[in-house]
Design a protein around this ligand. Structure first.
Ligand code: PMP
Length: 338
């Protein structure tokens, strides 16, 4: 008989799937690392488990302990699955702009959810950053995960996602393209791939309203780059320690509208029902081609982080798309806007 000992045994070994219609005008082979096959429907199951295992190994997390993290979605789910199997309590601290649906999903997998106001500065005691930290000092036998600066996040991808991509492409990969939030995925995969072949190019997808691209190009943390945006999962107003800028060859920024439109096109034209950062990533890949030109010998791997089900009330909802000005009454999209 062939079975996993528990749900954690099904994390990783996700498929690589050829992209067709959305890249038919590109000369290269584009392969999608399809992370929604993980049990929590996102790549974050990998790092959720790894962060917990590493904290157990060095005693930061002890039997019967409480895990605390400021997360709204995928990381919370990844941590929740590992916490259930391993017998820990999980507290997720969310901001009040998160949908009820997201809170309910976390509760469904056993997490305790604390809600904090969105419109306060990160160092305000009411913010979700401050609340997470405070809870971890108040609650005995608790551990604050901090996915932004926790090196196990990056390590999970160095040890699993990167080697899988190398093996699945039989070492033929030439470019890796992926959205960047905490930086764990791009840094872990990018470091591993460049150790195998330093000629592999690693591209990060950023969003307008985030600091990454400018910082990578100039070394300047420019606060003028920071403003609110619609795109979910990528971009930051901070520089997480998990973003290793030295393994990243370049960033391209994708507009909210383009990310939204391409999220829907992935579903309708490729049958790939994915989250919003996937739409940003495939549009970004096309921009990289326009600016730098892939060739027929290139093997480009793009990583899709999460599943479309979390976004049915937004990007997959016609009324929401019309309110945002992304979709016309006749069902066509407004032209790309930079
Ligand atoms: N896409 C989605 C949907 C995410 O949840 C995240 C994590 N914030 C990312 C992309 C970015 O991944 P990473 O944090 O590893 O940079």
């Amino acid at each position: 008989m062939k079975y996993a000992e528990n749900i954690l045994g099904t994390i990783g070994d996700t498929p690589l799937v050829k992209m067709n219609k959305l890249v038919e005008d590109l000369p290269c082979l584009v392969l999608a690392k399809y992370e929604t096959f993980n049990p929590g429907n996102s790549v974050k199951d990998r790092m959720g488990l790894k962060m917990i295992e590493d904290a157990e190994a060095d005693g930061r997390l002890k039997p019967g302990g409480t895990i605390i993290e400021g997360t709204s979605g995928n990381t919370g789910m990844g941590l929740a699955l590992a916490a259930i199997v391993k017998g820990y309590k999980l507290i997720c601290v969310l901001s009040d702009k998160q949908s009820q649906e997201k809170m309910d999903i976390l509760k469904a997998v056993g997490a305790e959810v604390h809600v904090c106001p969105t419109d306060v500065a990160p160092d305000d005691p009411r913010s979700y950053y401050s609340t997470s930290k405070r809870l971890s000092t108040e609650i005995p036998n608790s551990w604050y995960v901090n996915q932004y600066d926790n090196p196990s996040n990056c390590k999970a991808h160095y040890e699993s996602t990167g080697p899988e991509i190398w093996d699945q492409t039989e070492g033929k990969i030439t470019h890796f393209v992926v959205g960047v939030g905490t930086g764990g995925t791009i840094s872990g995969v990018g470091t591993y791939l460049k150790q195998q072949n330093p000629n592999i190019k690693v591209w990060g997808i950023d969003t307008y309203g985030s600091v990454f691209k400018k910082y990578h190009e100039t070394g300047i943390f420019d606060e003028n780059e920071i403003y609110s945006y619609v795109t979910e999962g990528i971009g930051e107003d901070i520089l997480p320690q998990n973003v290793r800028f030295e393994v990243i060859d370049g960033f391209t920024k994708v507009t909210d509208r383009d990310a939204a439109v391409y999220t829907r096109r992935l579903a309708k034209e490729e049958g790939m029902f994915l989250g919003n950062s996937a739409g940003a990533a495939i549009k970004g890949l096309r921009q990289i081609h326009e600016e730098h030109g892939f060739t027929k010998d290139d093997v480009v791997v793009i990583l899709y982080h999460d599943h479309g089900s979390r976004y049915v009330g937004k990007f997959y909802n016609d009324n929401w798309m019309k309110e945002k000005g992304y979709l016309k009454e006749d069902g066509s999209y407004y032209p790309d806007e930079k």
